[in-house]
Design a binder for this molecule. Sequence first.
Ligand SMILES: Nc1ncnc2c1ncn2[C@@H]1O[C@H](COP(=O)(O)OP(=O)(O)OP(=O)(O)O)[C@@H](O)[C@H]1O
Length: 239
Amino acid sequence: MTPAEAGPTSNVSLLLQTRKLTRILPAVVPVTLVQDVDISIGNSEFVAITGPSGSGKSSLLYLLGLLDKPTSGGVLIEESSTSDLSSGEMASMRLAKIGFVFQFHFLLPEFTALENIMIPMQKLGRLSARDQLEHATGLLVDLGLQDFLHRRPAQLSGGQRQRVAVARALANSPDLILADEPTGSLDSAATEQVFGSLQSIVETQKTTVVAVTHDMDLASRMQRRIHLVDGKIDYDRVQ
Ligand SMILES: Nc1ncnc2c1ncn2[C@@H]1O[C@H](COP(=O)(O)OP(=O)(O)OP(=O)(O)O)[C@@H](O)[C@H]1O
């Protein structure tokens, strides 16, 4: 087995794999976003995706999160191919198995922190209303936001909002969190808080976090780094 097939942490069970993942935008001159990417990611990994601007980091993350479809190759989740899933099946898989954190929080402004976190739980419909409230409260307490449960996004700082977004990503207890520049719009103190939250999720909940970042200091503090150049893997190493 080659390192690309096995991944640097092949001793753990496989949560997310790609096989020759390629995304080309059709145009007069086609644009290659991601090309022949083979990765294997297990449970409880903390992975940075780095690379120069335009190297395909966000495009790769969107493919991993089933938010975009590859031109060729594929994504496997828990060793099952996602290639033949319908849009509805992909949406269900995203809701149940993957949490997303973006550079901007995308919290709904008219709802409180608690309510924002309960929305994905309501959509999934696994928990009773009472359990949703208890779980959402627990997530916010774990992220140090116990004093802000009933605040709306406009009444929170940037770092607090982003931690609510992290709590929302955890709402349905996913095995995988995909984050696109989660600290990209935060100052250094808030960056530390959000990074610390992501780190603690990996350590305590065994959730895997895959985060695109331009921040080389943060990337160096994550367990593994996948570096892209021109849509291809330049290197993939445990650090
Ligand atoms: N819809 C699109 N139409 C044309 N080109 C696109 C489109 N989406 C992405 N691209 C191009 O594809 C390449 C990869 O984009 P992507 O956003 O994945 O890179 P990135 O590494 O995340 O960049 P950044 O670090 O600047 O956010 C870039 O050259 C980008 O300009």
